[in-house]
Design a protein around this ligand. Sequence first.
Ligand code: SF4
Ligand code: SF4
Length: 367
Amino acid sequence: MKRLGFGFMRLPLIDPDDPTSINKEELKELIDIYMKNGFNYFDTAHVYHKGVSEKIIKELIVDKYPRDEYIIADKLPIFNINSKDQMETIFQEQLDRLGVNYIDYYMIHNASTRHQEKIDKFQAYEFIKHLKDKGYVKHIGISCHDGPEFIEETLKKHPEIEFIQLQINYLDWNNKTIDAKGCYDVACKYEKPVIVMEPIKGGTLINVPDDVKKLFKSTNPDKSLASWALDFDLNLDNVFMILSGMNTKKQLEDNIHTTETFKKLTQKQLDIIKKAAKLIGRSHEIPCTFCGYCLDGCPEHINIPKYFDLYNTNKILENNHAIMYYENYTSDHPKPSACIECGNCMEICPQRINIIEQLKNVTKTFN
Ligand code: SF4
Ligand code: SF4
């Protein structure tokens, strides 16, 4: 299987403020190029683009290509489940939206300590195992943003888990909160193949400070920043799929080229990546990946990831452009100071960011 998966979490949009306004024409072209090059893995979830991500797979892939020519990965949104029966209802809805009668890779979405009570109460593992036994899904697993201890405990208790989807990129590899290396090591210990999500950390690894750009360019002037990030994950032997959200033809072609021409990294290349991670780490104070999960539940409609992006950008840029963006944006959108500290966003944030405190920092910085 070719190791570049098409992530359907951040699709090209017509209106950047409307996650359901997917630009079908652009996406169709990208999918066709991707398939023509022999790639065929599509990753979606019940919640992506408010459900439109699954529907668009039906329209642009399922209705066009024979079922055995593509692979679909989808997820059970355990965080939105409030009864055992609801799992069945949602799964059926997913099959209907996708227009298929089986899903290739099905996982519990964001399995974590925070959702363990629900997982146990509604017997989520028994449910996905039952789906596999009945032939509705081919492989079962988890997507996880928790730490190595949680993963160890889960894999020990549930040998039926066949694979695990983890956030792995060179910036999070030695990060104390994410501990991507620790998570990967546990997956290897239990011989569970890994699907990588966020290889470019929601775009963070292509919006790097100038000294990092110089470092990479001086090593190889023709290599893109994204390809350094993908190479880091391709270099991990236990990784069988790397998901990338690809919004433009240029990005897609670059990712295809990187995957097709990948060669094991040398120690010198690994040292350069390590050095880059250190430099970025200094400026990337808030580890937001712009997944947008926190947006729906905010009663004050605060665009949390937007403010975190501006905050981090402000640390990188030496000019004052981020401040100008902040002033323009807050003139007609709720400010970070509108936060009433309800905590809804912190419940759901997979990066475990102290959003309430960080919003205060954003206000302090820009004011
Ligand atoms: S804590 Fe603040 S930012 Fe988070 S959901 Fe509540 S109001 Fe919105
Ligand atoms: S704050 Fe957390 S939930 Fe919100 S976009 Fe960033 S990473 Fe996602």
